[in-house]
Design a binder for this molecule. Structure first.
Ligand code: TYD
Length: 213
């Protein structure tokens, strides 16, 4: 089972992913947690390039190919082997981030992005994608604060430094893209407390399990 998590900055994705890991482990499953960018050894290097605030001059096309390179490496070296071993794979961001950030955010053609994603994922699409939705003003405040607390404002702050209008486009992009792909993508309101949000995600996971079991 391959589940991905998406959303703008500061939705509380990582907190929820940890809770979901515990939930699957309580069902006796082996869980493998991973993320993009940076889920493989080579990807760790690409992540540094992609997120450092000094790299504001990266062009949208360069950015796109770096994310796709990260994904191609991640799929073949990390995700596919974990799925073959029978793990539940939980991935923090995946191909939908490219459609939404590089497409709806940077203005690249989403049809072309979908084709390029097909090349990068090489047939391996998530079984389910959970999109955490929150007002960008709230999300951005949370994410900026977290980067400062973690001492990563410079190393990881390139996207947080974007204007609110960019983050609003990203949020709208996720909602549009999720509606177009409603067979695989589920939107969950992330404005409630972490426990309440987790209950909503659990209901989505259980509904998905009952459909596929
Ligand atoms: P990260 O610190 O992992 O963000 P978060 O904690 O919000 O998940 O940074 C990843 C950034 O990269 C995030 O701003 C979204 C962006 N991104 C893209 O623009 N395209 C992509 O394909 C991916 C995977 C991420």
């Amino acid at each position: 089972m391959f589940i991905t998590f998406e959303g703008i900055e500061g939705t509380g994705k990582s907190t929820q992913i940890t809770k979901i890991k515990d939930y699957y482990e309580s069902l006796g499953k082996t869980v493998f947690l991973t993320k993009e960018p940076g889920g493989s050894r080579v990807g760790t290097e690409l992540r540094k390039m992609l997120l450092h605030v000094d790299n504001k001059d990266i062009t949208p096309i360069t950015e796109l190919f770096l994310y796709l390179a990260d994904r191609a490496q991640h799929i073949e070296q990390v995700i596919r082997p974990a799925l073959d071993a029978g793990d539940v794979v939980l991935c923090d961001r995946f191909a939908d981030s490219t459609i939404v950030y590089q497409g709806y955010g940077r203005g690249l053609d989403t049809t072309i992005l979908k084709q390029l994603n097909e090349v990068a994922v090489n047939g391996l699409w998530p079984d389910l994608t959970v999109v955490l939705d929150i007002d960008p003003e709230i999300g951005l405040k949370r994410a900026t604060l977290r980067n400062i607390e973690d001492g990563k404002a410079k190393e990881e702050g390139r996207f947080e430094a974007e204007h609110l209008s960019f983050h609003n486009r990203i949020r709208e992009g996720y909602l549009t893209w999720a509606a177009l792909n409603h067979d695989r993508m589920e939107v969950v309101d992330a404005s409630a407390t972490p426990d309440e949000v987790f209950e909503k995600i659990k209901a989505v996971l259980e509904c998905h399990r009952s459909k596929t079991d």
